[in-house]
Ligand binder design. Structure first.
Ligand code: DMJ
Length: 646
């Protein structure tokens, strides 16, 4: 064997040591033996994750350990093949955000910094610096909560003592309704997902089954993946905002002591994100209580395997107990294994905050990739159909709706822009373009002069509007403020007209509550025509639009309309042990459905309360509401700059 005189890149180094020939020979023999040993060790190490941690770039492993109390191996998957950069070579993510993520990639993952890490004498974590160090030895990411709070432009709960007595009395009435809803849940169903107020017990399985207004597509298997306490987590921020201190403490205690994330079962990625992750994030930002942050981050990590698809578009259902690949699947009812626009398009706000709080870029990367896929795919007439294949990244069916299956995707575009402190211009452009296409193809006026948004099935219009679509009045008003001068008034008018139509759907019913869907055909205007669409399940969307319209116009009619809802809820939905949905809004002796939905506490009552609050309570300057009405803070640049690695 002829030994090389030089090793590549190391010119003449044995000679430089001044060694004689036999010494050189022995030295090189020793060196080659050492190299062989090291190389072999790579394959013999028993724990492959250890190998990955040491040798793969940080980004690929950043989520491989968890703050979870789980004893399971919580190693998370690599970025989905989808994201394989060459395929989507042109980077579509907003530049600033990409830069931020790049710098975050070099930062340690906050939530992986173990709380139990040895402390220094003064309680400080030992300083660990040096960019080449393995993750265990790096300093933890630190989100500076106090500085974030100082960056807010308004007090969180705000409220002036000199509010006029009538408005104050109405606000107090809604607070009483919240207390009633909570007390009954606590008494009969604490820890269950929802209260059954007639039978006075709790509901665990098959929750969220009425999430879509497509009867054929109601999921019969979807649930919270074994998670419990949906009402607790959904109610936290409402209790806090309403200053129901004792009740908030009860809810917090349950989260601390009983909220178990080590569960196994089929979960809706969308529902877990908007209700649990959103609820926990909001509770953390409002109170600074670490328990909410750590639970949100732990849960967020459990959602990541859903993104392991060829495109990175997540599937709708995930098994929270499995962190290996392939443990997610599409809804059985979703066309050809497709993913749903309103589901994969409603992760952006929460996932950016998971990255903000953890320093782990993986969450933001996942949702920016979704945007990249959506930007690339051709949009029929500029519209976004509701079903997309997570395998090919192409539309599966040309059904477009701003109600069920599509709704919150549009909402999250404009809110992403607002949450970025108006810097994410890509989201704004996508929103503007989508709204233009919606207006051109779906917005119609009835013979009686009511403006509505129809649904679109491969070019054919279905003149129906779901209750879910009634959030759009508020959304359009929110965006109108930031449209160019010439479009601003136009969009405010459109928002007011749609909100008026949704109000009509309430006003034309006997209970003064709106049906699940209403139609504009065969002489019907703003009323349900099918028996199966007459129900009301305590939904918030109409009241949600009243709040935005009130805050942006201060037209008192929105408060009056909100008060009509309060009276109707009291009359038709309040039962002995809570609030219940009703099966037919067109009869004054309605049958109750025996379900107090968790979103009634998260959204309906919160929005009603905010309608009678001063504008600085959860000010729109400081907060955006996720689609479950959980407030997430706007990233004012000063707060962004101060979230730092310490
Ligand atoms: C809520 O869970 C959310 O608002 C979601 O976006 C749609 N539906 C319900 C309430 O109706």
């Amino acid at each position: 064997m002829v030994l090389p005189r030089k090793l590549p890149g190391m010119p003449g180094w044995p000679a430089a040591l001044g060694l004689r020939l036999p010494q050189k020979f022995l030295f090189l023999l020793f060196l080659s033996g050492l190299l062989t040993l090291c190389f072999g060790a790579l394959f013999l190490l028993p724990d492959s994750s250890r190998f990955k941690r040491l040798f793969l770039p940080r980004r690929a492993t950043s989520s491989s350990s968890s703050s979870s109390s789980s004893t399971r191996d919580t190693e998370l998957p690599r970025s989905p093949p989808a994201a394989a950069e060459p395929r989507h070579a042109s980077p579509a993510a907003p530049r600033r955000l990409r830069e931020k993520l790049r710098s975050r990639s070099a930062a340690p993952a906050a939530h992986t910094a173990p709380a139990s890490r040895p402390q220094g004498p003064d309680g400080e974590r030992p300083a660990e610096v040096g960019t080449g160090a393995p993750r265990e030895s790096r300093a933890p990411f630190h989100f500076d909560y106090e500085r974030f709070r100082q960056s807010l432009r308004h007090p969180v709960r705000g409220g002036r003592p000199d509010q006029d007595p009538d408005t104050r009395a109405r606000k107090m009435k809604i607070k009483e309704m919240m207390k009633f809803a909570w007390d009954n849940y606590k008494q009969y169903a604490l820890g269950k997902n929802e209260l059954r107020p007639l039978t006075k017990n709790g509901h665990i399985g098959n929750m969220f089954e009425t999430e879509t207004n497509e009867p054929s597509s109601r999921c019969s298997v979807c649930n919270a993946g074994g998670l419990r306490g949906a009402t607790v987590v959904d109610a936290l921020d409402t209790l806090y905002i309403m200053e129901l201190e004792e009740e908030f403490q009860e809810a917090k205690k349950w989260v601390e002591k009983s909220f178990d994330l080590n569960v196994n079962g089929e979960a809706s990625l969308f529902e877990v994100n908007i209700r649990y992750v959103g609820g926990l994030l909001a509770a953390y930002y409002l109170t600074g209580e670490e328990v909410f942050k750590s639970k949100a981050l732990e849960l967020g990590e459990k959602l990541l395997p859903a993104f392991n698809t060829p495109t990175g578009i997540p599937r709708g259902v995930i098994n929270l107990g499995r962190q290996d690949t392939g443990m997610s699947w599409s809804w059985g009812w979703a066309s050809a294994g497709s993913s749903i626009l309103a589901e994969f398009g409603t992760l952006h706000l929460e996932f950016l905050h998971l990255t903000e709080l953890s320093g782990n870029p993986v969450f933001a990367e996942k949702v920016l990739n979704i945007r990249k896929v959506l930007k690339r795919v051709e949009k029929p007439q500029g519209l976004y159909p509701n079903f997309l294949s997570p395998v090919t990244g192409n539309w599966v069916q040309h059904h477009v709706s701003i109600g069920g299956l599509g709704d919150s995707f549009y909402e999250y575009l404009i809110k992403s822009w607002l949450m970025s402190d108006k810097k994410d211009s890509e989201a704004k452009k996508m929103y503007d373009d989508a709204l233009e296409a919606i207006e051109k193809h779906l917005v119609k006026k009835s013979a009686g002069g009511l403006t509505y948004i129809a649904e679109w099935r491969g070019g054919i219009l279905d003149h129906k509007m779901g209750h879910l679509a009634c959030f759009s009045g508020g959304m359009i008003a929110l965006g109108a403020e930031h449209a160019g001068e010439e479009r601003k008034q136009h969009y405010m008018d459109l928002a007011a007209e749609i909100t008026n139509t949704c109000h009509e759907s309430y006003a034309r019913s006997d209970t003064k509550l709106g049906p699940e869907a209403f139609r504009f055909d065969a002489g019907t205007e703003a009323m349900a025509t099918r028996l199966s669409e007459r129900y009301y399940i305590l939904r918030p969307e109409v009241v949600e639009s009243y709040v935005y319209m009130w805050r942006l116009t201060h037209d008192v009619k929105y408060r009056q309309w909100g008060w009509e809802v309060v009276k109707a809820l009291e009359k038709h939905c309040r039962v002995e042990a809570g609030f219940s949905g009703i099966r037919d809004v067109y009869t004054t002796v309605p049958t109750h459905d025996n379900m107090q939905q968790s979103f009634f506490l998260a959204e309906t009552l919160k929005y009603l309360y905010l309608l009678f609050c001063e504008d600085d309570v959860l000010s729109l300057d400081d907060w955006v509401f996720n689609t479950e009405a959980h407030p997430l803070p706007v990233n004012h640049s000063n707060f962004k700059a101060k979230a730092s690695v310490q």
